[in-house]
Design a protein around this ligand. Sequence first.
Ligand code: EPU
Length: 351
Amino acid sequence: MRLDIQEHVPLAPLTTFGVGGPARYFTSAGAAADVIDALDFAATRSLPVFVLGGGSNIVLADRGFPGLVLKVATAGLSIESSDGHAILRAGAGEEWDRVVSLAVERNLAGIECLSGIPGSAGGTPVQNVGAYGQEISETLVSVEVLDRETQTVRDLPRAECGFSYRTSIFNSTLPDRYIVLAVRYALTPAGPAATRYPEIGRRFEGLDHPPTLAEVRSVVREARASKGMLLTPGDADCRSAGSFFKNPVVDEDTFKALEAAASKTPPRYPAPAGKVKTSAAWLIEQAGFPKGFSRGAAAISRKHTLAIINPGNATASDIVALAREIRSKVEDRFGVKLAPEPTFVGFDEPF
Ligand code: EPU
């Protein structure tokens, strides 16, 4: 077997939170065949498997992971034309922002607002990554996966991925079925840059030309940096998993009750099926947690209320304790139970 299996590997440095214990076994897979070998290794020993991408959306338990951590490192970026579109194929292990940077460099529109998001390309379909008015589900054509049931490589078209807000089959109905190997996105050559998110659109008011993809990329990166959502070495405010909670999507009656419970009108954004999306960050602030709030060794970012951070010496338990406190105060105050956005790895109890 050509697989290099390591033991007791510290995982905290492989995550953006920088917390959590070691992997009992660890391996990195650069091709489908390596993934199959790794799965065989785990199956023979009855070990649980956790698939690690860029480590930007996980909370890892202090005791670590008792099974095999499989880092998917399938590489490769290529572009082909098809029917007026450019199909960009990215290996799951490619750093996501390199993918966006390449698209923008080649003047291909469709993912420019997703600039500066930490993590790997393989993670993007899992939680249907979205920001500043774009979502991966708008451009994604298909996901190349290893089907763990049949041990074959398949191409899942978008329609089979079950996308909705921060959701796909990969993180909801079929979490253990597929391992993402590569993703294909259909981009528009010389297409217009998206500026539908008001915070971004405002930055281009009065401009004498339509903003270019590169200009939008740069403004999005600045916006993310100002919120601590751009990885900046040495900046504790971005030692996080990005947004810790999803924005609640509620029905009209629940939103009315929320309005009645609040002293100010909560933000409201349209959501599918007549529902209303509101702001988790706003609810958290109104429940008594200002930016920079700290509890034990964990804290809320000084730049954005939705990010719980590891200021330096936090453990996973510190982070989970603060997150539970926030969730319970928001529920007491507003009757809305916030759902976490990152994946929890190695914990005995669900969050
Ligand atoms: N707000 C506050 N306090 C804050 C920040 C925001 O009250 O500290 C309120 C404001 O009312 C603001 C509203 O929240 O109008 C929306 O804020 P923002 O534009 O920062 O977006 P968000 O809802 O906090 C979402 C995504 C981010 C994404 C941004 C930009 C989720 C869970 N989060 O955050 O995604 O970058 O929009 O599009 O949907 C992530 O998922 O990890 C992530 C960073």
